[in-house]
Design a protein around this ligand. Structure first.
Ligand code: C5P
Length: 453
């Protein structure tokens, strides 16, 4: 694969030398484009020696090969690390006054920015608007890591570790590849890993405090998922409209956090990728916080590559605003009220399923579905159709909306009532009680599938 590695002018540029090594050792050809400021931190000789190629940011070097057009066209992937506030601003504005910016404008493949800067610069409204603009164009911008910065201060703004950038970059290329789902409208059938449950249609019950017969409780002593790597998405995404407004949803993150707690108690190593939540994440989980569906997608595809189990409990926005206003949308009497155009977000769950098939991974994938019934079909029929469409192994279904008392049944509440449907027709398993009890029931079904009970 041809990769372009843009290097911005920050102290973290030295970490990009390690990133470059990861790319070349994985067999990729890398063209490094260091900005003028960056070579004050790491010299051209380092980039040329490590990549085995010329490294320049000038459009006037090797003019005969029309580098400012060719490099971007030939790139399968462009990664900018560290992406400084300056590089992000130039890319957002579409400037084209050096080789890196022209290459970014010529890009045909995915583009990934790994920001690094001081917290104040990262949080500045100008940078936030630039990042939002880039994301609205489908460019991937990682969240910076939180920790020690150049000076004695610390906060969000550290360059993510080279291995994390590498994984996100690889996931982007794999995730961006047309999948069976894109070609045929439905995901390719994938054999379910783990042991088969006997196919039966009678529901089994795992109601709160009363585990299904033969199932061990998912408490610390049972260690049902000992040594398993479990990725869980939780909370709601927020899709920005302008620097102060977003389209969000009612997800509290409670069910996802309960799943993380239950999986941790069962001995799993848990990565919790979460959007907005009303509750605190468990301290023992590895955390990755995101805002938008596109960020959730990059983080999930990257983490899923090494996971035994992926549980998608996040409420992902199906649509995002087609454009993000750089300034606050103003209410004006002399102009018509704004109309918000939406574009579709990728279906991350279907992409994780396609990624598993493409990589031939042995992985259990669990989706969640909040369903409502209508005059034509009940919530269960809609859920069964969804399970077939998405291609995951298990679908945890709850009926949302007002219950008999007229109150919302699921969102933001402490209890839940679900049916766990299996793609191979086993079950379904029913579970009810607190969100933690429901999570324990889900963990038990997962453990049965993995053959670890
Ligand atoms: O299609 P629907 O939103 O009902 O599907 C719900 C399931 O799909 C959940 O597991 C959710 O996390 C996942 N999802 C997704 N990407 C989307 C929308 C939903 O992964 N764009």
């Amino acid at each position: 694969m041809n990769i372009v590695l843009g290097v911005g002018g920050g102290i973290a540029a030295y970490k990009s030398a390690l990133l470059l090594r990861l790319f070349t050792e994985a067999g990729h050809q890398v063209t490094v484009i260091p900005t003028e400021a960056s070579v004050k931190f790491v010299g051209v000789a380092t980039w040329e020696a490590l990549s085995g190629r010329p490294a320049t940011n000038s459009v006037f070097d090797a003019v005969e090969s029309v580098n400012h057009v060719r490099i971007g066209h030939e790139a399968d992937l462009i990664v900018v690390a560290p992406a400084t506030a300056d590089v992000l601003a130039k890319a957002a504005a579409g400037l084209a006054n050096d080789l890196l910016t022209t290459t970014l404008l010529m890009a045909r493949g995915p583009v990934l920015f790994a920001p690094a800067m001081h917290t104040e610069m990262w949080r500045h409204a100008a940078t936030a608007a630039n990042v939002a603009t880039l994301r609205s164009r489908g460019v991937h911008v990682l969240e910076p890591a939180t920790g020690r910065l150049t000076g004695p201060d610390s906060g969000p703004g550290r360059l993510p570790e080279p291995a994390e950038i590498f994984a996100a970059a690889m996931a982007l290329v794999e995730g961006g590849r047309p999948s069976a789902a894109d070609d045929a409208g439905s995901p390719a059938p994938v054999p379910s890993p783990g042991t088969d449950r006997s196919a039966g249609t009678a529901p089994s019950h795992a109601a709160a405090g009363a585990p299904a017969a033969g199932a061990a409780p998912a408490d610390g002593s049972s260690r049902l998922l000992a040594g398993k790597r479990v990725v869980i998405t939780a909370g709601g995404t927020r899709e920005p409209l302008d620097p102060v407004r977003f389209l969000g949803n009612k997800s509290s993150g409670k069910q996802g956090v309960a799943l993380a707690e239950s999986a941790l108690a069962a001995g799993a190593e848990v990565m919790l990728i979460h959007g907005h939540m009303d509750v605190a994440p468990p301290p023992d989980a590895k955390l990755h916080s995101v805002d938008t569906a596109l960020e959730l997608r990059a983080a999930t595809l990257s983490a899923a590559a090494g996971a035994d189990v992926v549980i998608m409990a996040a409420a992902v926005a199906d649509f995002r605003p087609a454009t993000i206003s750089a300034g606050k949308i103003k209410k004006r009497d002399d102009v018509a009220d704004p109309v918000i155009k939406l574009v579709r977000n990728p279906d991350i769950l279907a992409e994780v399923v396609a990624h598993r098939a493409a990589q031939n991974l042995s992985q259990l994938i669990v989706g969640f579905a909040a369903e409502t019934g209508d005059e034509e079909h009940d919530a269960r029929s809609y859920a069964e159709a969804k399970l077939a469409r998405k291609g995951c192994d298990l679908l945890v279904v709850n009926e949302v909306g007002p219950g008999e008392t007229g109150q919302e049944r699921v969102f933001g509440r402490d209890g839940n009532q679900v049916e766990i449907l299996a793609r191979d027709g086993a079950g379904p398993v029913q579970a009810a009680g607190s969100k933690r009890q429901v999570a324990d029931a889900v963990v038990r079904v997962i453990a049965e599938r993995l053959g670890t009970t």
